[in-house]
Structure formats: structure tokens, C-alpha cells
Design a protein around this ligand. Structure first.
Ligand SMILES: [Zn+2]
Length: 458
């Protein structure tokens, strides 16, 4: 009797374990089956790591990628190069991130029929980017490394998201063999989202936001620059003595001496709070792409470190996409739309996904945003005539970040103040020299291309 009771218990425990297993599977199947089936190793959907079905188009419907076509990518070499980082390469060195994120919406997987819809040819993923704007950006970069980002800060649509260097996915380079001159350094990295840079003087806008928030009277003060200034034993210099300047002149001259003074008066905690408001050290997710965190840490900084941080040096690092959103927030009166790259997904004639507009948290007060807007507008009128596009008001700031080598990182960031063309932008050129002369012409070409795209859409 004893041994029968033992066996009964044993059988009961086994049955419980089995039941638990079946239940767990059922729940997980219900929750995650679409993810399992769209996993890139899944043989139902992929061959050799590439999606086996469906196509990707730009905002105008131009096909960028089609699983039905033998060559997969666009017919245009320029567009293949300009959209590489959005689509991924054949070898999988650059992953097809957007495809992965939306795979389950594309091939019509559902829990009853599985991947049956794939037999009908899969679906269509429509991006917000413009292939034409991407191509113009690629041409304007002219072989240099860096990023060009443009997005609509009212809706969130990203129109241009270029990363350089890039290559033709139908004719990939042998990166290891052909890189003695460093030309392919970081070619697989999607720099707009996955790199952070020393910002240089475009960071003065962040400093100003903190300073004006703390003391709105700052806008009426004057600043005297004698060409250099000693802070805690360290010399902070300008290219020349700027003399007595208003605040808008100090920003237009990008006067380091004036901004050292403004930074010291603003202080560590207000400056740090402003970087938190613009999410500088946070990672955000855009259609499954996570941005890298920037860096702003003054915990060990003395006054000289603080002063350098306020002019975008010290150990400050920013992700270009994050900074572009911040520019959008200034244009949007303190709040911007969160950016997105995928407009919609369709499968078997049905819409399976549509982007929703979302807003960022408030990054700066409405009053300070308006003040920054005026200062940035003055900047373009006085200093960057080359970026001024007829018919719209471009507001911007340039930067030339020293990065420890002879070659500086050139940066340029801003927005168009317009109801019709509310575009925020960032341009970074590595080893690019001065931000204004290198990046402003690139920004002008790409913004003009984006305006033409929006005009064409009515
Ligand atoms: Zn100066």
C-alpha cells in the first residue's frame, strides 16, 4: 500500500509539472508568438538573415527595398548608399533594425493562421524619410564622415537620417583590407543614433536655456571680452578680443569668455537640471532603435571644468539625434514631437500599423524658448547668411569642438521657425574644421530639399 501511495503522489507531481509547463507555454505563446516568428533566425520568415517577403518604401512610395526584386535594393546607387543604415546590408553587419521591429506587422502573422499571409507576397513598410533628401545629404557630405538629421518637430516625421561613411549594399567594400587610411572607420555604426560627440559651441544654447530660466534679465546685460579669461588658474580664450557685447552679440561671436562668465553665474545644479530636461544622458527609443546616452557629469568639476562644460567642452558628450529633438523643442515653444521613422505598415491590403504622434516632456519654458529663438535667428542673419533660405526663418548655432586631435568636429544645429516647414536639424562633420563654414552649406542644401519634398506633398 505504501508504495502505491508513493507512486500516486509521484504521478500527481508529474502531472502538475506538465500542466504548469503547458500553461506557461500557452501564456507565452499568446504574449510573444509574433516576436518568436519574426526573430531573424526564424526560417518561416527569413532566408540568410534577410526578410523573405515584403518591401520598404520612402515617404513618397519610392521602393527602397523589395524582397521580390533580385537585387533587393533601389535601382539608384546614390539612394542605395544614402539609405543603407536604415535598411541594413546583406552580410548583416548593419542590422535591418526597422524590418525587425515591424516584421510581425508586415507578413500578417496571426495566432490562428500563422504566417499564411506571406504566401500573398508580404506587406509594405512606409518610412517617413525622403529618399531624395537622403541623396542630397549624401552629396552635400561629399565623402566626409558624420551625420545629417532633419525632422518635423510638429509631427515627429524624420525626413533625413544620414550616417557617413556609407557604401553600396550591392557592392560592399572589404572593410578590413581597405581601411589603411581609416576611411571605413565605424562604417557599420548608425552614427545619428549610436554615436555621441563633443558638441562644442552648439552646447551654448543649453547653457543659455539654463541661464535665462534662472535670470531672464540676462538678456539685457552686456559682456566684456578681452580675448581671454582666467578661471581657477586655467586660461579660457577667444580667437580675438570681442570687446563689449550684448547677449545676442556674445552668442553670435560664440564668445568663450562671455559664456564662461554666464556658466559660472548659472552654476552646476541649474546647468545639470537643464541637461536633464533635454534628456541629454538618457536613451530614447525610435521604432526599436535605441539612442546612445550622452554625458554630462560635473561631479568632479572645479570652476574651470564647469566653465569649459558650459561652452560644450570638458567631458560633455551629446547624441546628435537627442540634440536635434532639443532644437525642435526650442522651435516648438519648449516641447517637440518625438521623432519616428516608420509611417505605416500594411499587409494583404490591410493597415497593420500607423504611427502616432507623441510629444516630448517640456524641455524649457515658453518664454525662454522664444528668447532662444530670437537669439538663434539673429545668429543666422548676422553670421550664417549662407544658410538663410529665402521665404523661411532659419535659426541656428554652429560649433567647432576640440577633440584632442588637430582635427575638430564641426557641428551645426537649429530649426526653421515656420508653421508650414517646422524642421529641426543637426549636421556633424568629423574632422570638419569650423562648424559654420563646413556644416552650414550642408544644412542649407538638405533643408531646401526637405522643403521641396513638403511643398510637393501640398
Ligand atoms: Zn570673446
Amino acid at each position: 500500500m505504501k508504495s502505491i501511495a508513493k507512486r500516486t503522489w509521484f504521478a500527481l507531481i508529474l502531472a502538475c509539472i506538465l500542466l504548469f509547463g503547458v500553461l506557461t507555454f500557452a501564456i507565452r505563446y499568446f504574449l510573444y508568438a509574433d516576436r518568436w516568428v519574426s526573430f531573424t533566425g526564424s526560417p518561416h520568415v527569413y532566408s540568410h538573415g534577410r526578410l523573405d517577403t515584403g518591401k520598404i518604401t520612402d515617404r513618397s512610395g519610392e521602393v527602397l527595398y523589395s524582397a521580390d526584386s533580385k537585387q533587393l535594393y533601389s535601382d539608384s546607387t546614390k539612394i542605395r548608399k544614402a539609405t543603407l543604415h536604415l535598411l541594413g546590408d546583406k552580410a548583416g553587419n548593419i542590422p535591418p533594425r526597422l524590418l525587425r521591429t515591424y516584421a510581425s506587422r508586415l507578413f500578417g502573422y496571426d495566432k490562428l493562421n500563422g504566417t499564411a499571409a506571406m504566401e500573398t507576397g508580404g506587406g509594405e513598410l512606409k518610412l517617413t524619410v525622403s529618399a531624395q533628401a537622403q541623396a542630397v545629404a549624401l552629396q552635400a557630405m561629399n565623402g566626409r564622415k558624420g551625420v545629417v538629421g532633419v525632422y518635423n518637430y510638429r509631427t515627429g516625421e524624420v525626413l533625413c537620417a544620414l550616417s557617413c561613411p556609407t557604401f553600396d549594399p550591392l557592392d560592399p567594400p572589404n572593410v578590413e583590407k581597405e581601411n589603411s587610411d581609416g576611411r571605413w572607420d565605424g562604417v557599420y555604426v548608425y552614427r545619428l543614433f549610436h554615436t555621441s560627440y563633443t558638441p562644442g559651441s552648439i552646447f551654448k544654447l543649453t547653457t543659455l536655456a539654463a541661464a535665462l530660466d534662472k535670470d531672464p534679465e540676462l538678456a539685457n546685460e552686456t559682456f566684456v571680452c578681452e580675448g581671454s579669461r582666467i578661471v581657477n588658474g586655467e586660461k579660457i580664450t577667444c580667437p580675438k578680443a570681442h570687446g563689449e557685447q550684448s547677449l545676442q552679440e556674445a552668442l553670435a561671436h560664440s564668445c568663450n569668455c562671455a559664456f564662461a562668465e554666464i556658466t559660472l553665474r548659472t552654476g552646476k545644479s541649474a546647468l545639470t537640471a537643464q541637461t536633464e530636461a533635454i534628456r541629454l544622458a538618457e536613451s530614447i527609443e525610435i521604432d526599436g532603435i535605441k539612442t546612445v546616452r550622452g554625458r554630462f557629469d560635473l561631479s568632479d568639476a572645479e570652476d574651470n571644468g564647469l566653465a569649459w562644460a558650459g561652452i560644450g567642452q570638458y567631458t560633455v558628450m551629446v547624441n546628435p539625434c537627442q540634440y536635434m529633438i532639443w532644437m525642435g523643442a526650442i522651435g516648438g515653444g519648449g516641447i517637440a514631437a518625438e521623432p519616428y521613422l516608420v509611417e505605416s505598415a500594411r499587409c494583404g491590403g490591410k493597415q497593420t500599423y500607423a504611427a502616432e504622434e507623441k510629444l516630448t516632456p517640456r524641455m524649457v519654458s515658453r518664454e525662454t524658448a522664444a528668447e532662444l529663438r530670437d537669439l538663434m535667428r539673429y545668429n543666422v542673419r548676422e553670421m550664417y547668411g549662407s544658410v538663410d533660405i529665402p521665404g523661411v526663418e532659419v535659426c541656428a548655432k554652429s560649433g567647432t569642438a576640440e577633440v584632442g586631435t588637430d582635427a575638430n568636429t564641426a557641428t551645426f544645429a537649429g530649426f526653421i521657425d515656420s508653421e508650414k516647414y517646422p524642421l529641426a536639424f543637426i549636421v556633424v562633420v568629423e574632422e570638419g574644421g569650423a562648424g559654420s563654414s563646413t556644416c552650414a552649406p550642408i544644412a542649407r542644401d538638405v533643408l531646401q530639399a526637405c522643403i521641396n519634398v513638403l511643398k510637393g506633398e501640398g
